[in-house]
Design a protein around this ligand. Structure first.
Ligand SMILES: O=C(CO)COP(=O)(O)O
Length: 267
């Protein structure tokens, strides 16, 4: 059997068959940030998910949450599930005794397939002070790329700057983002998830050097108006979709907002 069929079929569960665009809600944050607003406990997670499963194309979940909420995804018209298969603490602000962070693979893609998910997502941190750490990150992700080809399961990689805490001004620097997104494509990722580089000019320049779908992450919740404006700007500057988390699940009405975002993404 050809595993490319598996990838193609699963990708079409996430991206619109006609427009090739995707609205994804990121909802795996508690594995990095703990019990933040909108993810206080499984009851709150279930309530938010039940509002969005008929609106968004897919939801990113962490492995521990998925088993509690799987029944919300039963049915042909429900959102697809993307499993975050690794751990990182670069983004965490508390109890970090060092400046950078670390990553750890949690599951193989064979495990993810057994759980019935449609795609997987991993982080890839570039530019650590110790080059051996970058080499280990490449090796860790290369293994996921190999497994994604073996099992026909799409792999989303989010490349990030490893020293974003030490040198925050470089976090969204154009040349750094151009470099690490292109390396990620060349390593063999199916999809790139990336932070917004801070301007639409930079966004379209980065995307113009890539030939795989690029999905833009949301960042902190800045309110409904800003979220809608961001979605419109990202889509009209080359993004294949958005992966918004806090701006949806911390909003007053996740159902209404995700429905609006759906109309923007699939307009
Ligand atoms: O992709 C994301 C986190 O993994 C996006 O989430 P936020 O929109 O909350 O930044």
């Amino acid at each position: 059997m050809d595993s490319r069929s598996g990838k193609a079929i699963r990708l079409k569960r996430i991206f619109g068959p006609e427009d090739n665009k995707a609205l994804i809600m990121a909802y795996s944050h508690s594995i990095i940030y703990g019990a933040i607003k909108g993810m206080k406990n499984i009851a709150e997670i279930k309530e938010n998910l039940s509002q969005v499963v008929d609106e968004v194309d897919a939801v990113i979940l962490n492995p521990g949450t998925f088993k509690f909420v799987e029944e919300l995804f039963y049915g042909k018209d429900k959102a697809a599930v993307i499993l975050q298969v690794d751990y990182q603490n670069y983004s965490r602000k508390e109890i970090l005794p060092y400046y950078e962070g670390s990553t750890q693979s949690l599951f193989s893609l064979a495990d993810a397939l057994k759980a019935g998910v449609d795609a997987v997502m991993s982080y890839l941190y570039f530019g650590s002070a110790d080059p051996e750490i970058e080499a280990a990150e490449i090796k860790r992700n290369q293994e996921y790329i190999r497994q994604s080809r073996e099992y026909g399961i799409p792999l989303i990689i989010e490349p990030r700057f490893a020293r974003e805490k030490v040198e925050p001004e470089k976090k969204a620097e154009l040349e750094i983002m151009k470099l690490y997104t292109r390396i990620t494509q060349d390593l063999g990722a199916d999809i790139i998830k990336m932070i917004y580089p801070g301007s639409t000019a930079k966004l379209s320049e980065i995307i113009s050097c890539l030939d795989i779908p690029v999905l833009i992450a949301g960042g902190e919740n800045k309110g409904k108006k800003q979220t809608i404006a961001n979605a419109e700007a990202y889509l009209s500057n080359g993004a294949s979709g958005i992966i918004f988390g806090r701006s949806i699940f911390q909003s007053e009405n996740p159902k209404k907002l995700s429905s609006k975002l759906k109309s923007i993404v699939h307009s």
